[in-house]
Write a protein that binds this ligand. Structure first.
Ligand SMILES: Cc1ncc(COP(=O)(O)O)c(C=O)c1O
Ligand SMILES: [Zn+2]
Length: 437
């Protein structure tokens, strides 16, 4: 791929997380040349310059209600063209009823199921498209458990950018349908996400495609960090005490950490929230490493199994950033069973009106686990981040409903049969009376 030179005034360098060596953005494509896939790069900014050019007051008057309102904090050229889909500025809503159920005083839900393709991954894929243009790439590729792929497919469709997607054949059919509807070239890998990741790296090298792979591409963290910037702005720059997020590869939690560090360095928030990473019991690489004080650079991959396909990762690709996010914020990892994840789907939906996919609902299951373990207290200001919509995985939702023992009643085409059915509903209709938020 013929690299085009770019100049990003606000970016100082890309720094290897393993050796600390710094590179100019134009001098390196993805990872540290000395450390290969482990040598994940972190974008270093000139915060003094950014602070002079952007203030909290400026944002008060900013009418761009998308992730690009923070472009001064993103690795963009001044003249960068942006894709037309509106990504970001998703609602942060108070969840008073859900809070009351658990004796909490201050609970918010950040709803990234509202993104254009239904998951937080749109934030990263939007930036991937811009970076690929900068490089003059003809084709973009990614491996994904499903959502990053759907996000890239949608963003590419919005600008007619050819793309090739590697997903496990076992990905939920709604996510595969999204890829095909958006017109991507789709390779269903007969293997795991980890297999898809390795194949994608090989193919990208062979064909010179621009690679969006999580962790491998240093800019994906930057796109995802915009969710942290939004949370803090939407809370009037009074950062929460703790944020709950589900963790697979660890890129989202790493992005949250980066966004919060940006704001702390700029002096826009006074304290760093604790980051609580929620893993599924059968895919708990990072939870295990954290509990057992293991080195994630040497810990071997695990065999991952969970109903929450989006957080099924045997070797979390962004494990260094994820570990740093939890350690440096004095947060924690918690782990939840598939049963608890399934329970959380209707509980969250009924408690605040958000229908999440298993990985999204896992954040709520993690909050309940943390409360049980005494990791959070009733008077803390807590945010749970819902990362993807439940419409992406209807079979899991139906399984959750079955587990909850709820089902629909079939009625004959007569009012008598409706009366019979309503008779059976009466206790449910009386159970709770509507209450203002
Ligand atoms: C809905 C959803 N939640 C959580 C995650 C976990 O994000 P990460 O792999 O960056 O830890 C993903 C990743 O695919 C996701 O799609
Ligand atoms: Zn290095």
């Amino acid at each position: 791929m013929g690299l085009q030179k770019a100049s990003y005034e606000h970016v100082l360098s890309l720094k290897c997380l393993v050796c600390g060596k710094e590179y100019r953005p134009d001098d390196v494509d993805y990872v540290c040349p000395y450390h290969g896939s482990e040598g994940i790069l972190d974008v270093q900014y000139d915060y003094e310059l950014i602070g002079r050019r952007l203030s909290q007051g400026d944002l008060l008057h900013c009418t761009d209600y998308s992730m690009w309102r923070y472009r001064a904090l993103l690795p963009l050229r001044a003249d960068a063209s942006l894709p037309p889909l509106t990504v970001g500025w998703t609602p942060l809503m108070r969840a008073n009823r859900l809070a009351a159920d658990w004796g909490l005083k201050h609970l918010w839900v950040k709803d990234d199921s509202r993104q254009p393709t239904g998951s937080l991954k749109d934030r990263a894929s939007a930036l991937a498209v811009v970076k690929a243009w900068e490089k003059g790439a003809n084709v973009i590729t990614t491996a994904s458990t499903g959502n990053a792929a759907a996000a890239l497919a949608g963003l590419c469709a919005s600008v007619r950018q050819p793309n090739v997607i590697f997903v496990p054949q076992s990905a939920p059919s709604a996510k595969i349908a999204q890829l095909l509807v958006f017109g991507s070239q789709v390779l269903l890998v007969q293997g795991s996400y980890d297999d898809a990741f390795e194949l994608c790296l090989l193919a990208a090298r062979e064909y010179g495609w621009y690679n969006r792979n999580t962790a491998y591409n240093p800019y994906m963290t930057e796109g995802k960090k915009t969710v942290a910037l939004e949370i803090c702005e939407q809370m009037g720059w009074q950062a929460p005490d703790a944020i709950f997020v589900s963790v697979g590869d660890g890129c989202i939690i790493g992005g949250l950490h980066k966004g919060l560090k940006d704001l702390h360095t700029l002096g826009w928030i006074e304290h760093m929230p604790r980051l609580i990473g929620v893993q599924a019991q059968g895919s708990a690489y990072l939870y295990e490493a954290w509990i057992n004080h293991e080195d994630v650079l040497t810990k071997p991959p695990i065999e991952a199994h969970t109903i929450a396909d989006s957080i099924r990762a045997g070797l979390p690709r962004d494990r260094l950033k994820a570990m740093a996010a939890v350690r440096e914020t004095k947060g924690a990892f918690v782990c939840v069973s598939d049963e608890e994840i399934l329970e959380a789907i209707p509980a969250l939906a009924r408690g605040c009106g958000i229908f999440a996919e298993p990985a999204g609902a896992a954040a709520y299951a993690g909050l309940l686990k943390a409360l049980h373990n005494g990791l959070v207290h009733a008077d803390e200001r807590i945010v749970i981040l819902i990362t993807g919509t439940g419409l992406k995985d209807v079979p899991s939702a139906m399984k959750a409903i079955e587990q909850a023992g709820t089902r629909a009643q079939v009625v004959e085409k007569t009012i008598e049969d409706v009366r019979r059915a309503v008779g059976q509903m009466n206790s449910a209709l009386r159970r709770s009376s509507p209450s203002p938020p």
